[in-house]
Design a binder for this molecule. Structure first.
Ligand code: ATP
Ligand code: SKM
Length: 233
């Protein structure tokens, strides 16, 4: 970000910079979907919505919100009445539908990685793992009673202990679900990072990933050029 001699970004500059970067990512992605995974409360919904809005040509989707529309009930109620296994089935069906579309930025439910059947679907797109220290998630969610009450897995007991146990169980799953052939797109979220800041880090990590994993046709084109073949653009 441009800063003056005192290290202060001129007003309006941040917004222009984010717009430029997200627009560029929009072209680089060529329609590929982006899936945000990570623990509840890390900001997947807020960040995915903001990114899709800024990219313009992409549509924001949220698996929890789709489940609520389908079931005509809040996620907590579906969880409570149908049980986790049924919830995971519905979630898997929603992802199965979504992955056949293009140009989506998808906020997934925090537990989507628990089902291996979902990993291949996630990896048809680029997966961004929002990772945050459990203490910071606890502080963020505990500051708002509604945020705790709408998350079924946090009910009845010590929120911090519950979140830690869920994280310990899922850490390797987030890792594997967000790892394709050669690299992770993992974004560490600090409690002071604004949604814009997390969007920007995600964009920058995605760009690095795309640059270091060019599509096959780009690799063929580059090697043809290197061997003197005049590839028509
Ligand atoms: N960068 C941020 N700074 C401050 N608050 C944030 C930030 N990102 C999200 N929040 C707040 O934290 C809460 C959880 O955010 P959000 O619903 O986006 O998380 P999530 O990862 O989608 O959660 P879940 O997996 O449970 O759906 C919301 O109250 C949201 O406004
Ligand atoms: O982490 C989880 O298992 C969950 C996270 C939420 O997004 C919801 O999908 C639901 O509350 C379960």
């Amino acid at each position: 970000m441009n800063t003056d001699a005192l290290g202060v970004a001129p007003a309006g500059d941040d917004e222009a910079y984010i717009r430029l970067q997200t627009a560029e990512l929009g072209s680089q992605l060529r329609g590929t979907n982006v899936y945000f995974v990570g623990m509840m409360g890390t900001g997947k919904t807020s960040v995915a919505r903001n990114l899709a809005d800024r990219m313009g040509r992409y549509t924001f989707m949220d698996t929890d919100a789709i489940i609520e529309q389908l079931m005509q009930a809040p996620v907590a109620k579906v969880f409570e009445e149908q049980g986790e296994e049924e919830f995971r089935d519905i979630e898997a069906r929603v992802l199965n539908e979504l992955h056949s579309y293009v140009k989506l930025v998808v906020a997934t439910g925090g537990g989507i990685v628990k089902e291996k059947r979902n990993w291949g679907k996630l990896q048809t797109g680029l997966v961004v793992w929002l990772d945050m220290a459990i203490d910071d998630i606890v502080k963020r969610l505990s500051s708002n009673e509604e945020e705790v009450s709408k998350r079924s897995l946090l009910q009845g007991g010590d929120v911090a202990a519950k979140l830690q146990a869920i994280y310990d169980e899922r850490k390797a799953m987030y890792e594997q679900a967000s790892t394709s052939s050669s690299a992770d797109v993992r974004v560490y979220v600090s409690p002071d990072d604004s949604v814009d800041a997390v969007v920007l880090s995600s964009v920058s990590e995605l760009q690095k990933f795309i640059d270091s994993n060019p599509p096959k046709w780009q690799q063929w084109k580059d090697s043809a050029k290197a061997s003197g073949i005049n590839w028509v653009n």
